[in-house]
Design a protein. Sequence first.
Length: 96
Amino acid sequence: MIVRIEIDTPPSGQFDYRVTDEGETLYADAELPTLADALVAAVEGLAPEVVGAEVWFRGVVSGTYPLHVIAANHAQIATHAVNTTAAIFEGLAGAD
């Protein structure tokens, strides 16, 4: 099974996440201090049959990764998610 990890930043500036499978929320948490912390927390709760996850940040998918890659490289994946989302938002702003 491949799940989706959706991470957002509410007005508080903290990071919220939810883990979904085919649109159904499996679990979620809120107000984590960093994007990397939210990613680690999301992966820690996954069932053994989950082999990978799509990582979304602020509505933009940044990649699909095997769980062992997320666990070993969560800081780099968090940075990639931030950079990908920023690039998409810049592109959308320039399209106006």
